[in-house]
Design a protein around this ligand. Sequence first.
Ligand code: PLP
Length: 448
Amino acid sequence: MVASPAILDVAVTTAALSNAEVVALDRANVFHSWSAQKALNPLAIAGGSGSTVWDHDGNSYLDFSSQLVNTNIGHQHPKVIAAIARQATSLATVAPAAANHVRATAAAKILSHAPSNMDRVFFTNGGADANENAIRMARLHTGRDKVISRYRSYHGNTGAAIAATGDWRRIPNEYSRGHVHVFGPYLYRSEFWSQSPEQETERALHHLRRVIEAEGSQSVAAVLLETVPGTAGILVPTPGYLEGVRELCDEYGIVMILDEVMAGFGRTGDWFAFDAFNVTPDLITFAKGVNSGYIPVGGVVISGEIAATFDERVFPGGLTYSGHPIAAASIVASIEAFEEEDIVGNAARMGRDHLDPGLLALAEKHQVIGEVRGRGVFWALELVQDRETRTPVTAEYMGRIKAELFGRGLLPFIADNRIHVVPPAVVTAEEVAHALRIYDEALTATTI
Ligand code: PLP
């Protein structure tokens, strides 16, 4: 059933529509993710360019959410849009079993930025099914069942990916077996009573070792971690943690899967977030930033050793749209643009020279900021009622700060008691300065 306004020719009418009309059409027809539907009042977005989006009523916003932390290359990058149009004109779809030049080139491009032990790419439709298939590969490769992942993590909403997730979204969806969770390093709210990063690393690794032993190391197929847990709060691992996980995996013959769906492709100021650590995983999952979500796609980068498991043996997994040519074309163009325009370097510089000092200056001024953490264009401000007790601010406070940011023309990413400062990797110094002024004003205007 279509409510007012009636469906019209989108190309002709989009410019003439109002926000209210678009929201009415949405509310009458669209079922949204992760929401009770009735009270929803979504923002109407009509267009975008670079770090800016606009609605139908003439308002524009600095997009410091990167939508769902995925538009790493910004909105409407001309090179990627042209590649999509070109591919749509020449071959809009092809079976997964076919050899296709643009698909093979996309895989080669991804591998050219991956560690040298990586050998093949399996393409999926997004991040969840990337994790789903990485878990499948690890289970078949090891002949073991269990997967250890972190509380405070998100891995996607399919069967094993949601059971691997370490937040509330797992609880109503737990129908995949063999998942075990551990606490990881998060010094600001340490589960281990740690006073220093060194203690946090040592104790988190001891905890992981004990869980592996208690679960039976011979039954553990994989440790699956977001390199930098994103939605859970941009929890940059304490020094030595990931390296220690690698050692434990080697000791017990466990596959190490790093989920780079949110953290990869420039977000942290590196091609892969783990490049900043001395660690090489066995499987890497990716999606979002690989093509900034212009076309849905994800995948698994597979080590030579694990790929060889399926040389003679059938890999029992597949997808109709695995390596879809339009998605592949957008990956190739996106990675080329990253290389030509030094977009990863830009993310690193924006983080180091602008966001890091700018956000720390905000924390000096605003008592409500309990901790600033992150790197590249991947930052969190953790907001607390009291710096001593670290009691999180209320959801009501977060609602008010969101409205203040929005009213000043900034599209924020809000999660629990945190503002995630996650602009596109192409963001400019001027845009960062503008955003910092808006955060400052909004924090000043919002009292606890
Ligand atoms: N893994 C991580 C770290 C994510 O942040 C997400 C989505 O936010 C996913 C997996 C799931 O990706 P998708 O929504 O494309 O299935």
